[in-house]
Design a protein around this ligand. Structure first.
Ligand code: GLU
Length: 409
């Protein structure tokens, strides 16, 4: 099974509960537009680097297409399609006036110099600038891209279309970005985890966590949960994992990572493999790296009591069935990691208003939106006797469907 098929499987689970006809289902899952472009640049060595870039615009019934740009060797058309579709449901579940899109470039950003990354980014925007824009399609960071990449995008876009900071979100705070955007996904993850634990009569304080992935999302999630009293006992990156049952000292870990760029070698924990992290007997397991982690065997091996999906698409349908059978609740990606796009929305609004909001206002409003969306999803799941993921998709599909009907097909 491929990623887009997996996303559609979840869509159909919810569509069944909503009695959607086959035609409407096809209309809702088929992406509106898919673009594939060659991104050729001169490398520092003088050779030509050939890369392929994608942008999939899935649905814009509720507003402009919205979604990140991923720079990773696994990026392809199918993955972009799957992630674009997830964005449509994600923006709908938190009720943002956006649709869904996703894109990326098949490259390994760790092997590109800063100059090469800039050239790749500018070339990609040169190729797609006419299909993005503040009221068309608004990119944002995802795996392998950051605020600097977004700054180049804004600057490159301006060369063709003029000054439009709202054409991209996740920009540096001092370059039309928003306070709180960088930490927004991790902060949101912690809020959603708090809400879920409360339904299980628990609190973050006194709870143990393992987090797979220590990039932007994983590291901010760890910090926010630790600030709320959680014990982070294990984290990992692409090179390996570490564990300390007493809880990791994150400040020390961050100092280590700043120097060595890796978690491996950190003295405050024992080295384990990524796979061992996934099967630790923790209270909460948070996948915050690539998608497609939990197949049937891995879902069977998990010992955590709760899963909160920080990554996009970490659970295959067969893994999801195992979690259901084993009674392990899964808080789905489309809500769990939606804090990022919520603050992207605030950034877009601030850019359109040419006005700045303070951090406390952003965090307050992010929290309010996520808490409300969580309550809606949780209550619907209880009422209908379905999983949280199916409830989230039901909520999102109803909203997108309603917009399609109101707008006219
Ligand atoms: N890439 C992030 C996500 O998957 C953020 C998207 C955005 O802010 O538009 O949700």
């Amino acid at each position: 099974m491929q990623a887009f098929e997996a996303t559609n499987y979840y869509f159909h689970q919810a569509a069944k509960c909503l009695d959607l006809t086959e035609n409407i289902r096809t209309l809702m899952i088929t992406p509106d537009r898919e673009v594939r472009v060659e991104v050729a640049i001169e490398l520092d060595s003088g050779r030509i680097g050939n890369f392929i870039g994608y942008r999939v615009q899935h649905d814009n019934a509720r507003g402009p297409y919205k979604g990140g740009l991923r720079y990773h060797p696994a990026v392809d058309q199918d993955e972009a399609r799957s992630l674009a579709s997830l964005m449509t449901w994600k923006t709908a579940i938190v009720d943002l006036p956006f649709g869904g899109a996703k894109g990326g470039i098949n490259c390994d950003p760790r092997k590109l110099s800063r100059g090469e990354l800039e050239r790749v980014t500018r070339k990609f925007i040169e190729k797609i600038h006419d299909m993005i824009g503040p009221h068309k399609d608004i990119p944002a960071p995802d795996m392998g891209t950051d605020a600097q990449v977004m700054a180049w995008i804004m600057n490159e876009y301006a060369k063709y279309e003029g000054f439009h900071p709202a054409c991209v979100t996740g920009k540096p705070v001092e370059f039309h970005g928003s306070a709180g955007r960088e930490a927004a996904t991790g902060f949101g993850l912690a809020i959603i985890t708090r809400e879920m634990l409360a339904r299980l009569q628990r609190t973050i304080a006194g709870t143990t966590f393992a987090i797979q992935g220590y990039g932007n999302v994983g590291s901010h999630t760890a910090r926010c949960l630790a600030q709320m009293g959680g014990r982070i006992i294990s984290v990992s990156d692409a090179y390996g994992a570490i564990v300390n049952p007493e809880g990791l000292d994150l400040a020390e870990l961050d100092r280590h990572v700043a120097v060595s760029q890796k978690i491996v070698g950190f003295k405050g924990g024992d080295a384990i493999t990524n796979e061992q992290l996934l099967t630790l007997p923790v209270d909460v397991l948070i996948p915050a790296a690539l998608g497609g982690i939990f197949d049937r065997a891995m879902a069977q091996a998990v010992q955590a009591k709760l899963i909160v999906e920080a990554a996009n698409g970490p659970t295959w349908p067969e893994g999801d069935e195992v979690f259901v059978a084993r009674g392990i609740p899964v808080v789905p990606d489309v809500l769990a990691n939606a804090g990022g796009v919520v603050v992207s929305y605030f950034e877009w609004v601030q850019n359109l208003q040419h006005f700045r909001w303070p951090l406390d206002q952003i965090q307050r409003e992010e929290e309010a939106r996520l808490v409300e969306a969580f309550r809606d999803m949780y209550d619907l799941a209880q009422r209908k006797g379905v999983t949280l993921r199916t409830a989230a998709f039901m909520k999102a599909i109803s909203r997108v469907g309603r917009a399609k009907v109101l707008g006219g097909i």
